[in-house]
Design a protein around this ligand. Structure first.
Ligand code: IDP
Ligand code: MG
Length: 153
């Protein structure tokens, strides 16, 4: 099964949305393979958001992303990267469709609740950036037979 990488950003922590967001992923049928709280710093954000370091809003993004600890997660499921991106919604919460996490919980382009990997290749890179191998678990998923048909797993 595919794995994807999630950050519950400071906007989720400050607004006490951690449970709501994780519940959505679990009710969808995604499995949690890893989860921990950590404090980000500018060095890791310069790598994680390398595509944005030259944008004018980057200092503000770093200030926001380091303003509280975050919760990082590895979620597992068939097509997990695409499924989670569609659940997260468009980058700007005001443009994100109702029913998505950003569309339902936010009003900001920057303070947009959650990060999710945008491709399977980046998911592998991001999981290895934020988790050591022993922090990502492979354990029996007892509900799997109710979530998937036999030929899907
Ligand atoms: P994504 O999170 O939907 O993949 P990216 O373009 O990769 O979007 O941007 C990473 C993060 O940078 C966004 O989630 C958001 O927090 C922030 N960001 C992106 N564009 C803007 C902007 O125009 N203004 C302020 N913050 C932005
Ligand atoms: Mg992105």
């Amino acid at each position: 099964m595919e794995q994807t990488f999630i950050i519950l950003k400071p906007s989720a922590i400050k607004r006490s949305l951690v449970g709501d967001v994780i519940t959505r992923f679990q009710r969808k049928g995604l499995f949690i393979s890893g989860i921990k709280m950590m404090q980000l710093d500018e060095a890791i954000l310069r790598v994680h958001y390398a595509h944005l370091v030259d944008r004018p809003f980057f200092p503000s993004l770093v200030k926001s992303m380091t303003s509280t600890p975050v919760i990082v997660m590895v979620l597992k499921g068939n097509d997990a990267v695409a499924v989670v991106r569609s659940m997260v919604g468009a980058t700007n919460c005001r443009a994100a469709a109702p029913g998505t996490i950003r569309g339902d919980f936010g009003m900001s382009g920057q303070e947009n609740i959650v990060h999710a990997s945008d491709s399977p290749e980046n998911a592998i890179i991001e999981i290895n950036r934020f988790f050591s191998p022993e922090e990502v678990f492979d354990y029996p998923m007892l509900t799997q037979a109710a979530i998937y048909a036999p030929d899907e797993v």
